[in-house]
Ligand binder design. Structure first.
Ligand code: FAD
Length: 331
């Protein structure tokens, strides 16, 4: 991923798309054709495939990663969590990623898994032998120790805080900061953020990182997470789960149309496009990227990418190149 980012021309923007593994073979078939359409029409720099906490989707995540990397030829980043996972599951996932030609891992801690996910996958976790992995940094270190620089490693970051009493962890970007410094210094190549709508919070967060005295964030790609609005209900649920604040004016615009799903999507496209245009204007040490939590859906993200002119020109294939090369000779 970082090789591809570094190869982009000055001032270029790029984007990535995130997908989760469907539960059924019908779901896989549908997603595969959607991925094929999206990759041809939108040309993401890379795609990412989520990993169920505790390895609950291990088989299906690897299956989807294989479709993306091998079948569709997309640069693929596999998410990998490390808590509630046996070490052998982590080793297997990394080995299988290698076999599939995957060179990118998003190294995460993960949350506690829900037992029904295990039951669906038929994979109960082994007695956890894995006391070595408490935080994401442990996974970053482990991957570097076992695999050197073979993998390009991404880590997660959170632009907004929350003090939700019902949540086991109080979250605060300033309290997280020393851990993010450590995690980055341990070998991360890029940072990908939690979704957000509050651009002021994001501006402050990015500035805090770029100016940090450690210097570890000076030039590392920081890729902001974007959630296209698919429906009013999904938006409210996901923002609650991820503790993303919806600024008053955005909420008012969406509230005003909440009875009409099509209008909600349309306003959502405008809202996200404004967020992106705002971030595009921020100074950045390299090309500016955006990561889209697609929820496996196609339309809203396509509209946003079009509106924000994020879709790169298609590369000429070899035949076309040759056709252009011979033109002067014919003339
Ligand atoms: P960490 O970096 O370990 O941080 C977790 C918390 O612990 C932070 O509050 C941090 O400040 C604190 N902390 C870190 N180190 C220490 C320390 N040494 N001592 C004390 N406190 C410490 N989850 C999934 O299950 N599957 C996915 O595919 C997935 N994809 C994601 C993609 C993105 C882009 C993001 C932002 C999140 C994703 N998550 C996913 C969610 C993630 O697993 C959870 O948010 C998890 O709770 C934290 O993971 P982390 O990697 O940020 O953890």
């Amino acid at each position: 991923i970082t090789d591809k980012i570094n190869a982009l021309p000055d001032g270029a923007n790029y984007f990535s798309l995130e997908f989760f593994p469907p539960k059924t073979s019908m779901g896989f078939a549908n997603l595969t054709s959607r991925l094929e359409r999206m990759s041809q029409a939108l040309r993401p720099l890379f795609v990412t495939v989520t990993w169920g906490a505790g390895g609950s989707t291990a088989t299906k995540s690897l299956e989807l990663a294989e479709i993306c990397q091998r079948q569709l030829g997309l640069t693929t980043c596999l998410h990998l969590t490390c808590t509630n996972m046996s070490r052998s599951l982590i080793d297997d996932a990394l080995e299988q990623a290698k076999v599939l030609g995957i060179r990118n891992i998003l190294a995460l801690r993960g949350d506690a898994p829900r037992s029904e996910e295990y039951r669906e996958e038929g994979q109960l976790p082994e007695e956890d032998s894995n006391k070595d992995f408490t935080w994401a940094i442990d996974l970053v270190r482990y991957i570097r120790k076992q695999h050197g620089n073979y993998f390009c490693i991404g880590v997660a970051a959170y632009p907004e805080g929350h003090s939700d009493e019902s949540h086991p962890e109080h979250q605060d970007p300033k309290i997280d900061l020393p851990y993010l410094v450590e995690k980055t210094a341990a070998g991360a190549d890029f940072i990908m953020t939690q979704l957000f709508f509050d651009v002021e919070a994001y501006d402050g967060f990015e500035k805090m990182l770029r100016e940090h005295e450690s210097g570890v964030f000076k030039s590392i790609p920081i890729i902001p997470g974007m959630l296209p609005v698919q429906s009013y209900q999904i938006l409210r649920r996901v923002t609650k789960l991820s503790h993303a604040r919806l600024p008053e004016d955005m909420l008012a615009r969406l509230d005003a149309v909440k009875g009409d799903d099509e209008l909600v999507k349309r306003v959502g496209v405008k809202v996200l496009s404004e967020v992106i245009e705002h971030i595009k204007k921020r100074p950045n040490p390299g090309p500016r990227g955006f990561h889209f939590y697609t929820l496996n859906l196609e339309k809203s993200v396509s509209h946003i990418l079009e509106d924000c002119h994020l879709i790169p020109q298609p590369l000429l294939d070899e035949d076309e190149d040759e056709a252009i090369d011979v033109t002067p000779a014919i003339n």
